[in-house]
Write a protein that binds this ligand. Structure first.
Ligand code: ITT
Ligand code: NA
Length: 184
C-alpha cells in the first residue's frame, strides 16, 4: 500500500516512513497544495488541510504539529514553525530564562483522506521538558531543546528510530498504520 504525505518537511516523511514500513505502507512525498489555516487547534489545521486535497488513488495524509510550553500558556503551539524560523531555539530559551517549570508537550495530528473520501485524524502527545541548553545534532526544529519524560536524551540526541519510540509523531503514525491496516 502507498500513502501520500503532503508536506514540505523531509524530516516528517523520514519519521513517518520508518513507522509505516513494517506495515508495508510506502510513504510518498506529495506535491498537493493544501490549505494552511490559522487556528489555535492543531487538529483543526490538519483536518481542514486534508479536506482541501482532492481524493487520490491512495490515502493522502497531512501532519500538523507543535510544541506547547506550559509556562508560556501553550506558546508557540500552532505557531511553532513560524516561531522556529523567527526567534528560533535561542529566542525560546530566552523566553524561558529563570522559569522553574519547564514542562512542555509536543502534539502531532495526522489527518488522512481515503480514495473514497473518508477522513480520519490521529493525535499523538509527548510530555517532557525544555532543556536549559540545546543538546544533540539529529532531527529538526526544537529537537535540541526537548527532552521527553522517561529519557535523559533530547530528541536531537536520538536516532529516528529512538525518537519514534517517544515522539508525538511516532504515536500518531502508529495509530495511522493500525487504522490503514484494519487493526483498529
Ligand atoms: P509542513 O507544514 O509542510 O508539513 P512544517 O515544518 O511547516 O511542514 P508544521 O506547520 O506542522 O510543519 O510546523 C511544525 C513545527 O513545529 C516545525 O516546523 C517545528 O519547528 C516544530 N516541530 C514539530 N514537530 C517537531 C519535532 O518532532 N521536533 C522538533 N520540532 C518539531
Ligand atoms: Na506548515
Amino acid at each position: 500500500m502507498k500513502l501520500y504525505l503532503a508536506t514540505q518537511n523531509k524530516h516528517k516523511i523520514d519519521e513517518i516512513a520508518m513507522i509505516l514500513a513494517p506495515y508495508s505502507i510506502q510513504v510518498i512525498a506529495a506535491p498537493f497544495k493544501k490549505l494552511e489555516l490559522q487556528s489555535k487547534n492543531i487538529e483543526e489545521i490538519a483536518l481542514k488541510a486534508v479536506e482541501s486535497i482532492e481524493p487520490q488513488d491512495a490515502p493522502v495524509a497531512v501532519e500538523d504539529s507543535g510544541l506547547f510550553i506550559d509556562e508560556l500558556n501553550g506558546f508557540p503551539g500552532p505557531y511553532s514553525s513560524y516561531v522556529y524560523e523567527t526567534i528560533g531555539i535561542k529566542g525560546v530559551l530566552k523566553l524561558m530564562q529563570g522559569v522553574a517549570d519547564r514542562s512542555a508537550t509536543f502534539i502531532s495530528v495526522i489527518a488522512v483522506k481515503t480514495p473514497q473520501g473518508e477522513i480520519k485524524a490521529f493525535k499523538g502527545e509527548t510530555k517532557g521538558t525544555v532543556t536549559l541548553q540545546p543538546r544533540g545534532k539529529h532531527g529538526f526544529g526544537f529537537d535540541p531543546i526537548f527532552q521527553p519524560l522517561g529519557s535523559n536524551k533530547t530528541f536531537a540526541e536520538m536516532s529516528i528510530e529512538e525518537k519514534n519510540i517517544y515522539s508525538h509523531r511516532g504515536k500518531a503514525a502508529k495509530m495511522l498504520a493500525w487504522w490503514l491496516r484494519g487493526i483498529i
